[in-house]
Design a protein around this ligand. Structure first.
Ligand SMILES: [Fe+2]
Length: 261
């Protein structure tokens, strides 16, 4: 595993103080700055070169460069090219958010209209950002077997870790974009979902735990069209500790408003 602090868990952070919300992290950072202390960096840094060319906005690229060159089976070139795509989603998410403030509403139309296009592509760009961050954050580990509550959850759904891994590989061959193994806040169990692209079939109220990118761009440099070998490499570099933290956050802080509200 790289030396990078792997402390990002979706919208929550795991710090020395325990699990806190991102809002709380920002408040902690502001308090530290106000007292002359060091601002909490959250293990992230702006990607300076690309950020300079991108529209300013709330989306800032997180720093996953420590993954490049540190994983067996996923080359530095493969990771760096993938990160360029991720940074592109950052830029477009910022641009679309800005453009929606001034879009022409008078031509709104469900076949084609500028407002429709921006709304649809906002879902694409946003999910492109978020799913990639979950993906890169659950890499950088040593593989092996899950432990703790996630181990119990997969045994409940799939029977054993071996059966879960077989299922994950099959899911990876079946999807065209993403496999999401997530905590279902509606039903209270862990299950898997497939997306053919960032914003098609993205399930509601499913907190991502294991996020697997099966777009060809995730593996073509290293494996050409051999997705099965890429899936082996992905599993061998999984950080199951991050997955366990995500599950523990998801069960402690169910995502947002429940659908009964
Ligand atoms: Fe990707």
């Amino acid at each position: 595993m790289s030396s990078k602090k792997r402390d990002l868990v979706g919208n929550y952070e795991v710090t020395k103080e325990g699990i806190v919300t991102r809002r709380e992290v920002l408040m902690m950072g502001a308090m530290a700055a106000a007292t002359g202390g060091l601002l909490a960096t959250q293990g992230q840094a702006a990607v300076a070169a690309d950020a300079a060319a991108a529209p300013a906005g709330a989306y800032k690229a997180r720093d996953f460069k420590s993954l490049a060159g540190t994983m067996d089976g996923l080359s530095a070139d493969q990771i760096n090219q993938h990160l360029k795509l991720y940074e592109g989603y950052i830029a477009k998410a910022n641009a679309i958010h800005k453009d929606l403030k001034s879009v022409d509403l008078s031509t709104a139309n469900a076949t084609y209209s500028p407002v429709r296009e921006l709304l649809i592509e906002q879902s694409f760009a946003h999910n492109g950002v978020v799913y990639h961050e979950y993906y890169f954050n659950n890499l950088g580990g040593k593989g092996g077997e899950p432990t703790g509550n996630f181990k119990s959850a997969i045994e409940e759904q799939w029977g054993s870790n071996a059966k879960f891994i077989d299922f994950l590989k099959a899911a990876g061959k079946s999807a065209r974009g993403w496999v999401i193994v997530g905590y279902n806040t509606r039903a209270g169990y862990v299950d898997a979902y497939a997306l053919d692209t960032h914003n098609i079939a993205s399930p509601a109220n499913i907190v991502p735990l294991v996020v697997l990118d099966v777009y060809e761009h995730a593996y073509m440099i290293d494996y050409k069209t051999d997705r099965a070998k890429y899936l082996e490499a992905f599993i061998n570099n999984m950080n199951w500790d991050v997955v366990e933290k995500r599950l523990n956050v998801a069960t402690k802080h169910p995502s947002g408003a429940d659908s009964t509200l």
